[in-house]
Design a protein around this ligand. Structure first.
Ligand code: DUC
Ligand code: ZN
Ligand code: ZN
Length: 470
């Protein structure tokens, strides 16, 4: 592989901020220094005036994932290409264990999809929907031998993917002993199910009732329960898509006591609030994700928690569906729930907008520092999910996953110019300052301005080490 040098950029990691050159050799960073001397065979890129960031790591995406009757509209190919244009070079997506699909088969199937389509590097969490001795043995095998050290379990969606407390506890106890991590979707599923039934019985079918039947207090309850199960199991626990102040309170309290509790929030909870649900219109379906958007007050608390490390990651929960049925031939998308909000597929796109929106609304607004932005979107996910130091920083011997970012370029976000298969973005029409200019994946230039230079299937499965370390 050819050697490359990225000259004179402002290198920003979770802890550093300085101007230097980066020499890339055979996909990894070979040297960092001022005025590096190299031969004429080395391709040179001028990064003067640009930020040089480690490639983003997004530990929560759903490419080609099926939930009930609906499948997310991004394939591995379209979704990872979209991620790359947003400055993300590694995702951790999901493999699905089911009654008739073992944990190890789930990993094999997911890996086959990734191998065929992924344009950036990838790994998987396994969604575990039932626990027995074989499942536990397979989970241990996955941690030790398959490079898969994290598992998602649902405290919501009874009759589908929800598991009971005993199953969560058993899984936690096992992963706690073997260097794995349980990621929890924390909402009280049976109460929500009851509230949904009652709402429908009263004729409340509009999308706004999705939010009204998923109260913040029930996210708080499940989060508290999840922490207590983890404490008893002596295992770390990770909360995905944390949105409510009622949940955050328990995470803060546990962390203050030294319990290994970690949590992510997502850009949609940071930039949108529950006023989006003030309408009976079906267009509100674009805001149907779980958990739903919360109050302005909760939003402020999430920003504070990002600053104070009570929240450690910002992941996208990119779970894209289309607003228009039939867009690009996709079926059972948002309109599937036109007459019944509980059938609207839960999820929104976001993998391409994380970096520019957090830069614009976080760093430029003085809510987080530039170093913290890198930590939240690259370094911390890499450390927590066994990818560091290969991913998540700019250092000698790390993969040359590098983003050149112009922190002064203004542009308007619109679905029309994004690379996902979906037909909408919550950020439609938002003007932001800060744009991804070039992206290198293991030294290969895959995004150059508006041009796609990457390869379908060019992403690599990354065998992850233990999860939950810091
Ligand atoms: N949880 C997710 O993490 N993504 C989509 C739907 C859900 O409930
Ligand atoms: Zn979830
Ligand atoms: Zn998700």
């Amino acid at each position: 592989m050819s050697r490359k040098i990225i000259r004179n950029g402002r290198i920003v990691t979770a802890v550093d901020d300085y101007i230097a050159d980066i020499l890339v050799d055979d996909g990894t960073i070979a040297a960092i220094g001022r005025n590096l001397v190299v031969g004429p065979d080395v391709e040179s890129f001028d990064a003067t005036g640009l930020l040089v960031l480690p490639g983003g790591v997004d530990c929560h995406t759903h490419m080609d994932n099926t939930f009930g009757d609906s499948t997310t509209c991004d394939s591995f190919e379209s979704g990872t290409r979209s991620a790359a244009f947003g400055g993300t070079t590694t995702i951790v997506d999901f493999a699905f264990q089911r009654k008739d699909v073992t944990v190890l088969e789930a990993i094999e199937r997911a890996r086959a999809k990734g191998a065929a389509g992924a344009c950036i590097d990838y790994g998987f969490h396994v969604i575990v929907t039932g626990v027995d001795d074989q499942v536990l043995a397979d989970m241990e095998h996955a941690i030790r031998h398959e490079g898969v050290s994290s598992f998602k379990m649902f405290m919501a969606y009874p009759g589908s993917v929800m598991v009971d407390d005993a199953a969560i506890f058993q899984a936690m106890r096992m992963v706690g002993q073997h260097g794995g991590m349980i990621a929890l979707h924390a909402e009280n599923g049976t109460i929500i199910e009851l509230l949904i039934k009652e709402a429908l019985a009263q004729g409340h079918t509009a999308p706004k009732y999705h939010a009204l039947t998923r109260p913040a207090i029930m996210e708080g309850e499940a989060t508290h329960r999840g922490i207590k199960l983890a404490e008893l199991a002596e295992a770390p626990v990770y909360f995905v898509h944390l949105s409510a102040k009622e949940a955050l309170k328990h995470v803060i309290e546990a962390r203050d006591m030294g319990v290994p509790v970690f949590a992510e929030t997502c850009p949609h909870y940071l930039f949108f609030d529950d006023s989006a649900y003030d309408s009976e219109d079906f267009d509100v379906a674009r805001y149907v994700m779980s958990p739903p958007l919360r109050s302005k007050d909760a939003q402020n608390a999430l920003w504070t928690a990002l600053r104070t490390d009570d929240l450690q990651l910002v992941s996208t929960d990119h779970c894209p569906f289309c607003m228009k049925e039939g867009h690009l031939g996709k079926v059972n998308q948002k309109p599937y729930g036109r007459d019944n909000f509980s059938k609207i597929p839960n999820g929104i796109p976001g993998v391409e907008t994380r970096l520019p929106t957090l830069h614009n609304g976080g760093v430029r607004k003085g809510r987080i520092s530039l170093n913290r932005l890198v930590e939240l979107t690259s370094t911390a996910p890499s450390k927590l999910f066994g990818l560091f130091p290969r991913k998540g920083t700019i250092a000698v011997d790390s993969d040359a996953d590098i983003v050149l970012f112009d922190d002064g370029e203004r542009h308007v976000i619109t679905a029309a110019t994004q690379h996902s298969n979906t037909d909408f973005t919550l950020f439609e029409g938002h003007e932001v300052t800060g744009k991804v200019k070039k992206v290198f994946l293991r030294g290969d230039l895959i995004v150059d301005g508006e041009q796609w230079l990457g390869k379908t299937g060019g992403g690599q499965f990354i065998s992850r080490g233990e999860s939950g370390g810091w």
